[in-house]
Write a protein that binds this ligand. Structure first.
Ligand code: AMP
Ligand code: GLY
Length: 438
């Protein structure tokens, strides 16, 4: 089978690595890929948002299956364009990808499906959003526990969590007047601010059958202790004790199943990965957002634990026969992914720093170094992005996995490299807190 993976991050390296292990793969490409994917597959220099270029390549090479990593090509309709030329692709259609592409669409769907989520109002312009805030919080110094969200895709940056009225007004100004998030801000949402630990639950679905993946937890803040600015994700681990078995069932029954059924009823059947970003509130789990693809970096520890053939699962999803395959087998051991980033990320950073120690890290047992922002220049791997590597390790328990991952992190070097030191500590903190409660 001839397979093309679209994207260039750590998630796509993990996908290519896992797919390459399938005995059924005869040829594997990644577009555009990075220095890591070049070790597992052939890189092709076509950007992930070049829909026409990707379709032309897939036709020319008679690709049997395209696996789409990031959200942008999904929301641009890559899967639909491939279907027109009879090429199968893993990922939702353009219509179904609106679950991530438009927060207003997502909220309407959640309301229709009766899925728990924060209360909200949608606004078409900054003036009406500001009037709403001023009416609800009449005094200048009022507290305002609200979250302001730009409607469209903004690389995870179009969400501003506020505590005071002033902050809310400033957020509306940034989204709706200064247009800091471009067209994503042409509509916005003001929603109630929820409290509680966060968790991600991802499910693979063919639109009828749902295969829920083990739980995972991301670390979105840049610095230790969840301090500092938001990032794409500084590390993840799986499974997380934050999602108990009971809670897992509730999330399936009350969140995933009704969402997928409602999408089907609305003639936008969802095929691919449905990623629920959840807040576990006192009143139960609530959806913060949906993504329509694997999380990055959540994908890395998840695929590190997957023992079954990923290609079988992806193909069954595309063909609508997920109910026919054996349930996937997961390594019971936990896995951790630590993101090593460029100096300055998530702000400005420089590319082109040579990375050393990759072979040394690769030799460590139960470790896989996934590349994210890297490229090959004259045979040397250099940095080429904010999140550079996703150093991932398995271990007999969470602390062993953490030790393995950080031992590998110490082996890789470049000037300015840094990472969070506390990836997965949330698990221990959560367990300690629940032990004192009970
Ligand atoms: P999102 O991209 O919608 O998942 O939002 C990014 C981050 O903003 C989430 O991971 C949460 O930490 C925070 N967030 C989003 N919505 C809310 C909410 N309603 N209440 C509290 N925090 C939120
Ligand atoms: N790790 C968060 C995301 O992929 O959106």
């Amino acid at each position: 089978m001839r397979v093309l993976v679209v994207g260039s991050g750590g998630r796509e390296h993990a996908l290519a690595w896992k797919i390459s292990q399938s005995p059924r793969v005869t040829r594997l490409w990644v577009a555009p890929g990075n220095a890591g994917t070049a070790l597992e597959a052939e890189n092709v220099p076509i950007a992930a948002d070049d829909i026409a270029g990707l379709v032309a390549f897939a036709k020319k090479e008679s690709v049997d299956l395209v696996v789409v990593g990031p959200e942008v090509p999904l929301t641009l309709g890559l899967v639909d364009e491939l279907a027109k030329v009879k090429i199968r692709a893993f990922g939702p259609s353009k219509a179904a990808a609106q679950l991530e592409g438009s927060k207003v669409f997502c909220k309407l769907l959640l309301r229709q499906a009766d899925v728990p989520t924060a209360d909200y109002q949608a606004f078409r312009d900054a003036d009406s959003a500001m009037r709403y805030i001023k009416a609800r919080y009449p005094n200048e110094r009022d507290k305002a526990s609200v979250v302001i969200k730009a409607d469209g895709l903004a690389s995870g940056k179009g969400v501003i969590v506020c505590s005071y009225r002033d902050e809310a007004l400033e957020a509306i100004d940034r989204i709706g007047r200064k247009n800091e998030f471009g067209r994503a801000g042409s509509q916005m949402i003001i929603e109630e601010r929820l409290e509680g630990p966060e968790a991600s639950v991802l499910a693979i679905t063919d639109g009828k059958t749902i295969l829920t993946l083990p739980s995972a937890q991301d670390h979105k803040a840049a610095y230790d202790g969840d301090k500092g600015p938001n990032t794409g994700g500084m590390g993840a681990y799986s499974p997380t004790p934050v999602v108990s078995d009971d809670l897992f069932e509730t999330i399936e029954d009350k969140i995933l199943v009704p969402t997928i059924h409602t999408m089907k009823r609305n003639r936008k059947p969802f095929r691919g990965v449905l990623y629920a970003g959840l807040m576990l509130t006192q009143a139960g789990p609530k959806v913060l957002e949906y993504n329509v693809r694997f999380g990055d970096p959540e994908c890395q520890p998840l695929l590190m634990r997957l023992q079954s053939d990923l290609l079988d699962i992806l193909e069954a999803t595309v063909d609508g026969r997920l109910d026919e395959i054996d349930p996937p087998v997961w390594d019971p051991r936990p896995a951790i992914c630590v993101v090593v980033a460029s100096q300055g990320y998530p702000g400005a950073y420089e590319n082109g720093r040579p990375i050393t120690g990759l072979e040394k890290a690769a030799d460590l047992p139960d470790v896989k170094v996934f590349h994210a922002g890297t490229k090959l220049v004259d045979g040397t791997v250099v940095t080429n992005g904010g999140r550079v590597l996703g150093v991932t390790a398995l271990g007999a328990n969470l602390s062993a996995a953490k030790l393995n991952a950080y031992t590998a992190v110490q082996a890789v070097r470049w000037p300015g490299a840094w990472c969070r030191k506390d990836i997965s500590d949330k698990a221990a903190a959560y367990l300690a807190a629940s032990a004192t409660e009970s």
